[in-house]
Design a protein around this ligand. Structure first.
Ligand SMILES: [Zn+2]
Length: 457
């Protein structure tokens, strides 16, 4: 069924292994480990089933690595030949909920279509993040089977609730911290190998997250005496809240370029065609121009250069004919690297300029520290990517979303966020949406990146 691709020695054996690997991947994709915002709604039997399936599918790995459970999250330790700072590979096996509605192929059927480079596997979690998790398992299983042992310990940290509260990642990071473990490198999901995201650059780009924005939900509250809606005061709580939101929307956070942004523009600029190269390689001197351009180019670049706010929840009165005693809005803020929760609250209060609107942070999380985009750990990751994607330019970037790896920044200086798959814009758009899918050739190259990294661990 599957096309082994361009000829190589031992092609038949490799093709057989590939088919078996793909079947294991499909088996795990079919387990509906859906994260639920209301924890009580979680189908824990699916999570147990997923965990129980692993030793049968990966016998060599499970006979060599130690495994411990932290609730439904898993921590594996692969003992190294000598003592030294370990490597941590992270992934999560919970997925965003999906029903069959609107999908071309049902989300938990793991159907295959096409052949060769076009062969595609359709499933929720095919990329985010069982794609990465199972690729790690495949890489380790094969290395163990062939007798490889890493120089230093390797840990695999597999979370079960990354898509909701991320408690698994936090618990495992705390457990490692308690044991005094200071990893040399932590790799979690994040950037990918992408094309056509940067004007003038026509080579593949491997974007590696060296930091991530902070996330804080801010609650805006206006309180007022209730009463009948037939005799409203001139300024009801809801109107005051609406005014606050409009004011806030009219005063976006100022655009600024972080050191990482500048480094990315310079790195990619060196590969840009034509006159753009001259602009991008002078990024530092042309900062005001770049800020202005990136601040307007697209929703993505606008979010890249500033703290963003999105009003996600609104509530008022419970009855159609009663004035609300409390009107409330939740503003989801993504805080730029270099800024802080405190600075964000100050900006919001100034923008709203109304003391009757209470502004308070709930679930405050600061932007992550920035991992170095050079040095031995960066080079090790870049070489592993380069071994599989020789044409790709490897660049640091600031991740706009959040990952479980933020819990590891307290115990490791080199925390990177990179999913080793080439993803088109369409494939990226299917994450957390309908028709999530991965090209199988892409997945196999992902396994190869993890293998290269593990060989150097
Ligand atoms: Zn994910």
């Amino acid at each position: 069924m599957s096309d082994p691709g361009p000829g190589a020695p031992g092609q038949e054996a490799a093709a057989l292994d590939r088919e078996a690997a793909l079947e294991r991947f499909r088996t795990l994709l079919r387990v509906p480990t859906m994260s639920r915002n209301v924890v009580e709604d979680t189908d824990w039997a699916a999570f147990d089933h997923f965990i129980e399936s692993l030793p049968r599918l990966y016998p060599a790995l499970h006979s060599t690595l130690e495994r411990e459970r932290h609730g439904h999250s898993l921590l594996y330790r692969w003992p190294g030949r000598e003592s030294g700072t370990p490597t941590v590979l992270m992934a999560h096996y919970d997925v965003v909920p999906a029903t069959a509605e609107g999908w071309t192929h049902p989300p938990f059927a793991a159907e295959l279509t096409g052949a060769g480079e076009d062969q595609t596997l359709w499933a929720r979690g095919a990329i985010d993040d069982k794609g990465a998790l199972v690729a790690i398992l495949e890489a380790v299983e094969e290395l163990v089977r062939t007798g490889f042992q890493p120089a230093h310990d390797v840990y695999l940290s597999f979370g079960h609730d990354e898509e909701t509260v991320g408690s698994g990642g936090r618990t495992i990071a705390a457990a490692l911290d308690e044991r005094g473990i200071r990893p040399a490198l932590v790799l979690d999901e994040g950037g990918a190998v992408v094309e056509r995201i940067f004007p003038g650059v026509h080579v593949p780009i491997a974007v590696v997250g060296v930091s991530e924005k902070g996330i804080t939900s801010v609650r805006l509250t206006v309180e007022q005496h209730g009463g009948h809606a037939s005799t409203p005061p001139r300024m009801t709580a809801t109107v005051r809240l609406a005014r606050a939101i409009t004011r806030l929307n009219a005063r976006p956070f100022p655009a600024r370029l972080s050191e990482t942004d500048l480094r990315m523009v310079e790195t990619l600029g060196a590969h840009a065609a034509g006159p753009l190269r001259a602009v991008f390689t002078r990024a530092r001197r042309l900062q005001p121009l770049l800020r202005a351009v990136l601040g307007r180019l697209s929703d993505e670049t606008r979010a890249m250069v500033r703290t963003t706010t999105a009003v996600t929840q609104l509530s008022g009165s419970l009855a159609a004919n009663a004035l609300p005693e409390t009107a409330e809005a939740v503003v989801n803020t993504r805080i730029a690297v270099g800024s802080s929760v405190a600075e964000t609250l100050t900006h919001l209060r100034r923008a709203i300029r109304d003391d009757a609107v209470r502004v308070e942070a709930v679930d405050a999380s600061e932007p992550s520290p920035v991992s170095p985009a050079d040095g031995p750990q960066w080079d090790r990751l870049a070489s592993a990517i380069g071994a599989v994607h020789p044409r790709a330019v490897v660049t640091p970037y600031v991740m706009l979303g959040a990952s479980d790896s933020r819990h590891f920044t307290g115990i490791c200086d080199a925390v990177y966020r990179f999913t080793p798959f080439e993803l088109s814009a369409d494939e990226r758009a299917a994450l957390h949406a309908r028709d999530e899918r991965i090209r199988t050739a892409t997945w196999f190259r992902g396994i190869a990146v993890y293998t290269a990294l593990l060989r150097a661990s």
